[in-house]
Write a protein of this length. Structure first.
Lengths: 283, 401, 298, 266, 366
């Protein structure tokens, strides 16, 4: 799809100075043995959309887990480095406490509560909120955004189609009214029209002052929305810069956007057979 | 190791017995396999206590034959057949005999192994089928006799003549033994037989049973275990079931005498059990026990099972004395001693039991009829109505060969 | 007819006791997906605590009832804090094993503290009955039914209106996702174990009241509650009560009528009966009468 | 640039014939009178909005769902009402939208499970080991190693697949499906969650498999570039109904399809 | 970290070795030596405990095939053990079949009965199945009590079936002019069967049927879709597991000489079944070695505790103290279960793996 906004687009709020999320020099290991992140530093300025790109297994999800305090569930530990949220270290905080401070996420693999109804899923998303009217407004907005969910309010979430579940996962994260939203591949399995819509939603939320850390394989959309971007490669930050810089980068075009970045020059998937890939940029 | 180190070295005739498993030349070690934890420990603990107190008393006098003190190796069977087998394996080369083993299932579970080892055990269960088991040393009148005596008392002295008797029995070997007695009594005594209701041993709600008994019964014979009796009597009292209950010894537990149940039982319940009223020092066996109890277990509350354990230990001591006299404390030696033992008189505590070769054994026939007195804590709420009663019917009962 | 009504009443009373025990299972299951084998232990502990409050420390009975409930909740919370919280996120299997370990401990602690002999609770209900229309109803049974009703209503309100209600179920379905929604798993578990402890203590108390006595084998009722919770549906409070009543009545009725009319079913059938009912119901409805089907979609 | 889409094989009857399949869940109609054919060696794509019923078609094809009406034939044999395992043994393989890997087993074991229906070792032979079990293990493992090689799964080969990254799991799924040596391969969103590079890899694997093994495929995917590039024919579903079937070019320009699914972009 | 050895793997056959390294071979030889010498050096009482451990190990392997490998939770294991014990009594004692006939026949009967229960598992799942299986225990008890001609009713029946393989009568062993006690002989016999069962089970789980079982466990719908019939493998796992339970039951009968419903029915049965579940959890779910290790620990630990606490003085514990020795023993047992799980929730085998991994990476580990 077409990139609609860039970092320099006037429609998006200019990011404020102080980073809302700061990850510095982070190393993470699973089971005391597999090093998934090595010395990763990254920051999300308050009010900004930051895209995080990277191949499968690069460690994107791991980074989000570290930020949201969920590493322990997977047997992961932070080996070194620090994470601050709003200037305060959250390295040791419990996931619930972190969410309570204003961080919500769309998890990899949807992870909706299959046995709960759509409505209950959304209520669970608003767990940390006490303002009833705010919750009701958020609920109405989600329903408006995804009419499919409204139709199936009372049905068990687990029976819905993959894409419908993904919408629910996004809706659930929005219910928390976060200040920082972590999105792990929100467009996964969504139809093109809906992807477009999600892009708009993210932009809109961001206009409302919410900072976003966006992990996406749909690099076109991600870099279209983001002010900044990082590229993660086998646990290291391989590239970073403004979205515009990244879009102009030839490697990014090669691996994420399709050669040339524009539509005309895109390689057809049929012609891949003899194609030899360029060597990677990172060691 | 590994070999059965069973079999004593050279039985020395009439001299000091040779050392053997459970006897180091000085101390005689006996095994106990009994529930010390879990629900059945209500019975197992006082029972074991009674035995311990007896042997403390005996040891104070020097021990068996005045020179061999006795030690008990107690194992907790948890009332579980499987555990009991392991308890037995553990004990078999450490003890001269099993002084006490509680539970029909538990005893059944180890009986086979005991036969292989020539081990003698004294079961704390009054099953008649064990009267003639060469490896067992039962004491007191079996359930059948208790039942017959109880019913006989009801018919002859309790106004039961010509009336209708119903029965409520737990659906296990113990209940069956009781019902055997009822069946026998029916042939000999003048009463009509009403409903016979059986219930699974772990029943906890007796409303349907009580309702079945609510019409057409003047008296109800009861073979149950304490926990069942508690539930049952609560329901019976609430339904104001107006019958005469005649319960076997294991139906009893002190809590029955408390509260409204106690009031109900006072008028409606007789217990047919062995031994005199607690503290009835006119009976020599009881006198001896009370003396020992005061000395060695002053906190012990009146308790049927304690008294039973005491009498049991008394009988076991007699057997050991015989074995010492024969100069052989080996497992086989004890079996032989049991065959030669003759009559053991518990001085009124649990009747006189004639041992000897299995086919000649003859259990005692006396049963005491108790009534419930909620105020009489000093006798364990059980007042003897008729001490060591022997009915004519009981004398006719033949034990299976 | 009064015979039948009397039986029905006893069946309902028995069923109410089952229900109360079963409700304790349901909370834990809803929040953790674990069948708590220690529930019977909690019941026993509750009964003995009630004994202490009322008899040893002389607290008036109805106050003792409240204190017992609170103490039960405390026991649940304590168990959670000391042991269970280390197991958040472990597979249900492990936690079930853990509850078995707990049961073994409680089974030994209780007689070590209070002795093995049954004790009188000394409740004012005793064996008192009321007899509307010739049907005898035990006062203690009326109270049991009342307590069940209150607890059930509390459950409904809790699951309906409290954030914790949804949070519990969410936690049971997907712990990690729940934590990612800001649901504090530790607190959810503590709350559910406390509620389970509270309900268990009340169950223990009602079992000991009405002449039953405070005794170790109160624990066994929890075994009988297994078919009850399955019959109703492991995660359904309403189901626990419905299942309890159904089994209670069926058991009492079969106790009377099976020996009279269906002797071919063998001796001691009423004990097996709950399981037979359970198996039949499960074959028709694999998740019990009111249980929620596990969602399985690919 | 792009080679012209391959013609569906004219000769003989199609490999897969789906006619008038209707599937309802309570009130929800997931599929209404859906009909299509897939020829031998054809790559047939199914697209449509979320919840249109694409996955449900797959579920009907391999016997997980039982449609209320309609007929499904594989090579002329009616497969409606058969159990999934039986259909799999007839040569229908699939990948799952939400991943259906055996998470505690490693990569090779997962692939070996794909070959389950090609093997014969039973409990007895397995327990004895020497003889058939050993022979089969050796032979089939060798085939699986080839697939590991082909899909670049080497680095993950002995890890429980639950612990490997999402994208790799998708590749393992493809591998397992290929290990089944199917006649018909159903791919449910194989490149979801992959970046361009990985999508290209996946496309290569898929096209390679098609060339070398000659499998027919049904592809469900939301990545329009991929679909339009590699599919021979495309069917579009909306609310469980077929709204268009045709070559990628035809479908792409169908106004109904644009309205319901594609939007103005692409 | 890959083990250095695996780097050298070049052909698939090499991955298929049961004992991939010399360490494993040495370990197996060590086990064999222990097996041979233990009866010479231990007292009969301990041999009895160990024989029971071996019996339990066979049952636990069976349960692990069902629960650990196929993911079906069953608490009816005691029921199938009972079936085995009664069948052995019937075939071995009353019909006097030799060991090599009655033992396999026990497996067959157990497997058949298990297969009958299998279809329930297809309909009812997870925890519901677990409790449904408790129903089987109670119904089993009802049958055992009432079907007296087969089971002997409540008092039970004798089960000292023959234990001779050819000229070697393990119940009364005479070898090279040396007589061995029944318990020595039975130790050798039982653990021989354990070894055979473990080997066969190990082979099953690493070949096609075993993989299929694990597939059903991990994701049953997907398994079905790749061609693994859920019905077939669930039912056959039940058959296999109950067949092994029955073998355990048959051997239990040989060790115990008599069985009755009090061993297996109702509440005692539930206790026994729960113990089997404890074995596989504490040993390590989904491993054959774990089942064996768990069985040894769960069966032997109470006896070990008993021995130790009998010989040391512990404050507040003992006659006249607030806590009886026996209550204390059980408390320790309960506490041990809890502590083991706290320390290593995935069981002893996982703990062992951890230790191994630690040493392998030792210079690197911190
Ligand atoms: N629970 C775990 N245990 C062990 N290793 C893990 C675990 N989770 C992830 N890893 C490893 O950590 C690395 C990074 O994985 P991660 O899931 O963060 O990648 P990702 O960038 O999110 O990939 P994808 O795009 O496929 O989602 C991978 O090598 C993966 O195998
Ligand atoms: N087992 C089921 N029970 C109830 N409804 C179902 C079930 N399976 C599918 N549905 C419904 O049928 C419709 C079609 O679902 P399906 O999964 O086939 O959609 P899809 O086209 O694959 O969508 P997506 O692109 O989001 O994966 C959806 O509305 C879904 O909720
Ligand atoms: Mg990821
Ligand atoms: Mg789909």
């Amino acid at each position: 799809m077409e990139a609609t906004r860039g970092g320099d687009d006037g429609a998006v709020r200019a990011p404020a100075e102080a980073p809302i999320l700061q990850v510095s020099n982070l190393a993470v290991a699973y089971n005391e043995s597999v090093l998934a992140l090595r010395a990763v530093s990254l920051s999300v300025p308050a009010g900004a959309v930051v895209a995080l790109l990277g191949a499968n297994g690069a460690g994107k999800t791991t980074l989000l887990r570290a930020v949201s305090g969920l590493l322990g569930v997977h047997g992961g530990t932070v080996r070194q480095g620090a994470i601050t949220f709003d200037g305060e270290p959250i390295g040791q905080a419990a996931p619930a406490a972190i969410v309570k401070r204003g961080m919500a996420q769309v998890m990899e693999g949807r992870r909706i509560f299959g046995e709960l109804s759509v409505e209950e899923n959304l209520r669970a998303g608003a767990f940390t909120r006490r303002d009833r009217s705010g919750v009701r407004d958020a609920y109405d907005r989600v329903m408006e955004m995804f009419p499919v969910l409204a139709e199936r309010r009372r049905s068990q979430a687990g029976l819905m189609s993959g894409g419908e579940q993904q919408m629910l996962a996004i809706g659930r994260a929005l219910m928390a009214a976060p200040r920082l939203l972590l999105l792990d591949e929100p467009s996964l399995g969504l139809a093109p029209l809906v992807v477009q819509q999600i892009g708009e939603v993210i932009a809109e939320i961001n206009r409302g002052g919410v900072s976003v850390l966006l992990v996406e394989q749909n690099a076109n959309m991600a870099l279209g929305l983001a002010h900044h971007g990082y590229v993660l490669e086998t646990g290291r930050i391989a590239k970073s810069g403004t979205a515009a810089d990244l879009r102009a980068d030839s490697d990014i075009q090669e691996y994420y956007l399709g050669a040339g970045g524009g539509d005309g020059a895109r390689r057809s998937f049929r012609d891949l057979k003899g194609y030899r890939r360029r060597t990677r940029w990172s060691a | 190791g590994g070999r059965d180190d069973e079999g004593s070295k050279e039985p020395t005739k009439k001299g000091a017995p040779a050392t053997t498993a459970g006897f180091d030349g000085k101390t005689i070690t006996l095994g106990v396999i009994t529930p010390q934890t879990g629900i059945a420990s209500i019975i197992g603990i006082p029972l074991t206590k009674g035995g311990e107190v007896f042997f403390k008393g005996l040891n104070a006098k020097g021990g068996i034959a005045g020179k061999y003190p006795v030690e008990l190796e107690i194992r907790d069977s948890q009332y579980n057949a499987n555990t009991a087998q392991q308890n037995y394996s553990d004990l078999r080369n450490k003890v001269v005999m099993i002084e006490q083993i509680l539970g029909t299932d538990v005893t059944n579970a180890v009986l086979k192994q005991m036969q292989a080892d020539n081990m003698v055990a004294s079961p704390a269960t009054l099953d008649a089928e064990w009267v003639r088991d060469p490896n067992l040393l039962p004491i007191a009148a079996p359930y059948q006799i208790e039942a017959i005596n109880g019913l006989s008392y009801w018919v002859t002295e309790g106004g039961g003549e010509g009336k209708t008797l119903c029965a409520l029995a737990s659906d296990d070997l113990y209940g069956e033994a009781g019902l055997d007695g009822v069946e026998f009594a029916q042939k000999d005594l003048d009463f009509k037989m009403g409903k016979v209701v059986r219930f699974a041993p772990d029943t906890s709600n007796f409303s349907s049973q009580v309702q079945q008994l609510s019409s057409g019964c003047d008296a109800v014979f009861l073979a149950a275990l304490p926990n069942a009796t508690l539930s049952l009597m609560g329901t019976a009292a609430t339904s104001k079931l107006d019958v005469r209950w005649i319960g076997l010894a294991p139906t009893w537990v002190g809590l029955l005498a408390s509260g409204a149940t106690g009031t109900y039982l006072k008028d409606h319940f007789w217990l047919a059990a062995q031994g005199p009223e607690w503290g009835d020092v006119s009976v020599p066996g009881m006198k001896m026990m009370i003396e020992d109890q005061k000395k060695f277990a002053p906190d012990q509350k009146p308790d049927l099972y304690f008294a039973f354990g005491y009498s049991q230990a008394f009988t076991v001591a007699k057997l050991l004395e015989k074995a010492v006299e024969r100069g052989d404390l080996s497992h086989k030696g004890i079996m032989d001693a049991l065959n030669e033992l003759g009559t053991v008189d518990t001085m009124g505590a649990a009747g006189s039991y004639t041992y000897g070769p299995p086919e000649d054994r003859k259990p005692p026939e006396e049963t005491t009829i108790f009534s419930v007195d909620p105020a009489a804590a000093d006798v364990g709420f059980l007042k003897a109505v008729k001490t060591n009663y022997i009915s004519d019917a009981a004398k006719k009962f033949e034990f299976p060969k | 007819m009064t015979d039948f009504l009397n039986l029905l009443v006893s069946g309902v009373a028995l069923g109410a006791q089952y229900s109360l025990v079963a409700l304790g299972f349901v909370v834990i299951y809803r929040a953790t997906g674990v069948i708590n084998f220690a529930q019977g232990g909690f019941c026993v502990l509750g009964a003995y605590l009630a004994y202490n409050f009322h008899n040893t420390w002389g607290v008036p009975f109805y106050l003792a009832l409240v204190l017992t409930a609170l103490a039960g909740a405390g026991v649940g919370a304590l168990v959670d804090v000391t042991v269970l919280r280390r197991f958040v996120g472990q597979p249900p299997f492990v936690v079930i094993m853990l509850t078995i370990g707990l049961l073994i401990l409680i089974e030994q602690i209780v007689p070590s503290v209070w002795g093995a002999d049954p004790l009188p609770l000394g409740d004012p209900w005793g064996l008192r009955t009321v007899s509307p229309g010739g049907v005898d109803i035990k006062v203690s049974d009326l109270w049991t039914v009342g307590i069940v009703a209150v607890v059930l209503a509390g459950f409904f309100a809790f699951f309906r209106f409290s954030r914790m209600g949804v949070a519990m179920r969410a936690t049971a379905v997907d712990l990690e996702a729940a934590m990612a929604q800001g649901i504090p798993a530790h607190r959810v578990y503590r709350v559910s174990w406390s509620i389970a402890g509270l309900v268990a203590a009340l169950a223990g108390l009602t079992l000991a009241a009405g002449g039953g006595g405070v005794r170790l084998d109160i624990e066994l009722v929890a075994l009988t509650a297994f078919p009850v919770i399955i019959l109703g549906g492991l995660d359904s409070p309403g189901g626990a009560v419905a299942g309890g009543l159904l089994i209670g009545v069926a058991q009492v009725m079969s106790g009377k009528y099976q020996p009279e009319h269906a002797t071919w079913l063998g001796q001691g059938f009423p004990i097996v009966m709950p399981y037979v009912v359970m198996i039949i119901v499960l074959l028709v409805r694999p998740y019990g009468l009111f249980g929620q089907r596990k969602v399985r979609r690919i | 640039m792009s080679t012209p889409p391959r013609k569906p094989a004219e000769a003989g009857r199609p490999l897969l014939e789906v006619s008038d399949v209707t599937l309802r869940f309570g009130g929800v109609s997931a599929l209404t009178d859906v009909s299509f054919d897939v020829a031998h060696d054809e790559l047939f794509a199914v697209i449509g909005p979320n919840g249109a019923g694409k996955t449900s078609i797959f579920n009907c094809l391999n016997g997980v769902y039982h449609p209320q009406a309609g007929r499904i034939r594989l090579d002329g044999v009616d497969i409606m009402g058969r159990r999934p395992a039986a259909i799999a043994a007839m040569g229908v393989a699939r990948t799952f939208q939400n991943l259906g890997l055996f998470t505690n087993l490693d990569v090779v074991e997962n692939l070996m499970l794909g070959r389950h229906h090609l093997m014969r070792t039973g409990y007895f032979a397995g327990a004895v080991w020497f003889g058939r079990a050993r022979r089969e293990e050796v032979a089939h493992r060798a085939r699986c190693e080839e697939i590991v090689e082909l899909l670049d799964l080497g680095p993950y080969r002995s890890r429980p697949v639950g612990l490997v990254p999402y994208g790799v799991q998708k590749r393992i799924e493809l591998g397992r499906a290929l290990a089944m040596e199917p006649r018909l391969l159903l791919l449910d969103e194989p490149v979801a969650g992959m970046n361009l590079e990985e999508t290209e890899d996946m496309a290569r694997y898929v096209l390679g498999a098609r060339h070398e093994l000659g499998v027919s495929m049904v592809l469900v995917e939301h990545d329009m570039h991929l679909v339009m590039d590699i599919a021979d024919r495309v069917m579009v579903l909306d609310f469980g109904q077929v709204i268009a079937t045709g070559t990628p070019a035809e479908v792409q320009n169908d106004p109904a399809v644009i309205r319901a699914y594609l939007g103005q972009a692409s | 970290m890959a083990r250095p050895g695996t780097l050298l793997v070049t052909r698939p056959e090499q991955r298929l070795r049961l004992l991939p390294t010399n360490w494993y071979k040495a370990f197996v030889i060590l086990l064999a030596v222990v097996w041979l010498t233990v009866p010479i050096n231990l007292s009969d009482a301990w041999l009895d405990v160990l024989a029971r451990c071996g019996v339990a190990a066979i049952g636990a392997i069976g349960l692990n095939l069902l629960t650990g490998y196929t993911g079906q939770i069953s608490l009816a294991h005691a029921f199938f053990i009972a079936i085995g014990a009664y069948t052995a009594a019937w075939l071995g004692v009353r019909s006097d079949l030799p060991f090599l006939l009655w033992l396999p026949a026990t497996f067959v009967v157990g497997a058949l009965v298990g297969a009958l229960f299998g279809p329930f598992a297809l309909r009812v799942r997870g925890d519901y199945l677990a409790i449904l299986s408790i129903g089987l225990l109670y119904i089993g008890q009802h049958i055992f009590v009432n079907w007296t001609s087969f089971t002997g009713g409540r008092p039970g029946t004798s089960t000292g079936a023959p234990a001779a393989i050819g000229p070697l009568d393990f119940a009364d062993l005479n070898l090279f002019d040396q007589a061995y006690s029944r318990r020595q002989g039975l130790f050798w016999l039982v653990w021989l069967v354990v070894a055979i069962v473990a080997l066969l089970a190990r082979n099953i789980v690493r070949t096609r049927p075993g993989r299929a079982m694990q597939a059903v466990r991990d994701r049953d719908v997907a398994a079905e879709v790749v061609g693994v019939s859920n019905a077939r493998y669930t039912i056959s796992a039940f058959a296999l597991s109950s067949g092994l339970a029955a073998v355990a039951g048959g051997l239990y009968g040989v060790v115990a000489l008599t069985v009755s419903p009090a061993d297996f029915g109702g509440a005692p049965g539930l206790l026994l079944s729960v113990q089997y579940v404890a074995m596989i959890i504490i040993g390590g779910i989904g491993t054959i070695g774990g089942a064996v290790a768990g069985a040894v620990v769960v069966v032997a630990i109470p006896r070990v505790i008993e021995q130790i606490s009998n010989s040391v003085a512990i404050p507040f514990v003992g006659p006249g103290e607030p806590i009886s020795l026996f209550a204390f023993n059980n408390m320790i047992y309960g506490a041990l279960v809890i502590v083991t799980l706290v320390f290593e929730p995935r069981g002893m085998v996982a703990g062992w793996e951890r230790v191994k991994a630690y040493w392998r990476t030792w210079p690197l580990a911190d």
